[in-house]
Design a protein around this ligand. Sequence first.
Ligand SMILES: [Zn+2]
Length: 326
Amino acid sequence: MGQKIQKYYIGVDIGGTKIVIALIDINGNVLFKKILSTELNLNKNVVIRNISEIIDEIKIIYKDINIIGIGIGSAGIVLYNKGIIKFSPNIGWRDFYIVSQLQKISKMRVVLDNDANAAAWGIFYLKYKSKYNNMLCVTLGTGVGGGFILNGKMFRGIDGTAGEIGHMTYIPDGLECPCGNKGCLERYVGKYGLNMLIDRHLKEEAQKSNLAKKSLLLDYKKENVIVDPKLLEAAAEKGDELALKIWIEFGEILGTAFATILNLLNLEAIHITGGIAHAQKFFEKALVDTIKRRAFSVPAETVKLIFEEKKQDMGVIGAGLLLEEL
Ligand SMILES: [Zn+2]
């Protein structure tokens, strides 16, 4: 008697090329996981049927446990209150009423949020909820995703689209962004932005010094390799001066964006994850110095910067844990 019932959640993470479905527990452990490719059939009804089949499989295998519901994290524009994927640019869905459809079939509670929010919530819930009430979780990858936790709750704005830090205007007349704006932050600190930065430095330096000629980055570019953060990190690790210089500029760009956010929101912590977080030592000083130079002194001193490598399956774990938010 008095035995505490353990809680479990089904997480669904909808990305550009695949859907991950998992059964997780309250500590973020993954008990069961299956992956569906979205490259074969994108028809909404087929996707709902495929997801439902896996959910049924979970219900059969784990028939004696207490599954709280289904939490979905999806890429694209998501309307949290209405349970609709408004637009998914990679997959091409518009107005996908995924929550009501899954609810009808599964007879379970279903919630939906943006994938960046879901991941941010997962990170916060599993590790930081007893420590901080106001934090930003940023994922730096191909794009730049973010989620704000304010006063201990996920901040979504009125429609559910808040937290798009990757699409803050960084340079008013800058590079065109697929979102329709120009000069979005993501164009400068995402994977694409990093390559633009490398190209620009190689060009500039070629004219004024032999830094470029000596750089490993020139060799990569000659071979038409897309220089990802790992390669840039490896070059910096070998003492490549141009690579070190690029990391510093990267830190300055990110620091400029963070300074603006900190002046607005006076956060306790910013959590940075993704492939780039690993190269922390090459850009952290520039990042911190820029924040101190640009933001008001109080929020700049208060904020803790946390760098952490991406935890595997955080998207699907965070999606499941969305059910713990309510
Ligand atoms: Zn944009």
